[in-house]
Design a binder for this molecule. Structure first.
Ligand code: NAI
Ligand code: MG
Length: 345
């Protein structure tokens, strides 16, 4: 029901998340408020916070909220390593069919390892080894003597992520799409992805260039000469690994936003996790989640607000020289947030 406060606003689910999640989410909300971003937030708990509050990492109220709003901003959610519950991030992507994971990186602070980085990675978000069809085989008295995992790539799934990436690249005036795979060894699993993505690329031949790379060579070339890359499209696990590497080219995980997009919903988040090592210390960089909220503004057609946000971020980092510790500065999360609020007003 629209109240006076929410009238004309865009309803969106807000998941503060675990670890540094609540700190960076609070920072982002304050900046978005100062910017005048028209979101009516519906706060929900998920992940470890929801396990503690409701005994379920993905409570029904959270899923209902995303179903209703089709739009969410999500802090990082902690997933136990090894045993424990399945990743809620993966579950949310599957539940809402969020097949495209957009992960752009840009140099925001000059003087780092590389200048002028501007690379956009599209990661297939539902298939590959992330289906986690895993089991153990017992030998003798060892019940876990052998571990088996099956990856699944489908032609339909490969086609739609490739089409999404090529479409996006053409619409955004990019120059080239690189298809990344390991089809020399995983000839079926990633061979099908390569074959299908190449078929899609041929349909776009007149509009945009394409090439392909084997993932390990790609990882090395990203370090030697990242400027040869423009848009990358790849399978789930490779996309996960390469997007952290891309973050490393522009100053680290504090700088890398992501969008999980499907036909029925979109969830915006940082590439990084809940950073338990710095949680509660007030030093986390909220920039990755803030950049994700910029992608969210663009997604709902508020490009002008997104552009104002980008401008404010640039001024704070490079004119005011307010930077968090991960970027070599001294600012706390609160210092950085205050500086941004001044610049977006
Ligand atoms: P992580 O990304 O949380 O942290 C890796 C390193 O980067 C740590 O040293 C951390 O302090 C630093 N870092 C991350 N974000 C930062 C920020 N905003 N500002 C300053 N420094 C930052 O990765 P880790 O430690 O492997 O995972 C921790 C938890 O997060 C795990 O439970 C994992 O499953 C979960 N995770 C959740 C994700 C999500 O919700 N989308 C994505 C990745 C991991
Ligand atoms: Mg990751």
């Amino acid at each position: 029901m629209a109240t006076r406060k929410t009238k004309g606003k865009i309803p969106a689910t807000l998941i503060p998340g675990d670890g540094i999640g609540p700190e960076i989410t609070e920072a982002v909300i304050q900046v978005l408020d100062a910017l005048g971003a028209p979101f009516a937030w519906d706060r929900q708990v998920g992940g470890m916070a929801a396990v503690h509050a409701e005994g379920d990492p993905a409570p029904k109220a959270l899923l209902d909220s995303i179903t209703r709003n089709k739009l969410a901003l999500k802090g990082p959610l902690t997933t136990p390593v090894g045993g424990g519950y399945r990743s809620i991030n993966v579950r949310l992507r599957e539940t809402f069919g969020l097949y495209a994971n957009l992960r752009p990186v840009r140099t925001l602070v000059p003087g780092g390892r590389y200048e002028g980085i501007d690379i956009v990675l599209f990661r297939e978000n539902l298939e590959g080894l992330y289906v986690a069809w895993e089991h153990y085989v017992a030998i003798g008295d060892d019940p876990r003597a052998v571990a088996v995992s099956s990856g699944i790539n489908t032609r339909a799934g490969s086609r739609r992520i490739a089409e999404y990436a090529f479409d996006w690249a053409v619409k955004h005036g990019r120059k080239k799409v690189t298809i990344v795979h390991k089809a020399n060894v995983l000839k079926a699993l990633t061979g099908l992805f390569l074959e299908t993505a190449r078929d899609v690329a041929k349909r776009y031949e007149k509009k945009i260039a394409f090439d392909d790379r084997i993932v390990d060579a790609c990882a090395m070339q990203l370090v030697l000469n990242p400027h040869q890359f423009d848009v990358i499209v790849t399978t789930n696990l490779f996309g996960d690994i390469l997007s952290d590497q891309l973050a490393g080219l522009v100053g680290g995980l504090g700088m890398a936003p992501g969008a999980n997009i499907g036909p029925d919903a979109a969830i915006f988040e940082a590439v990084h996790g809940s950073a338990p090592d710095i949680a509660g210390k007030g030093i986390a960089n909220p920039l990755a989640l803030l950049l994700a909220s910029g992608l969210m503004l663009e997604h709902v057609g508020h490009d002008a607000l997104a552009a104002r946000l980008t401008k404010a971020i640039d001024l704070v980092l490079n004119k005011d020289l307010v930077r968090t510790r991960d970027l070599g500065g001294k600012a706390t999360t609160t210092d950085f947030t205050r500086a941004l609020i001044k610049r977006v007003k």
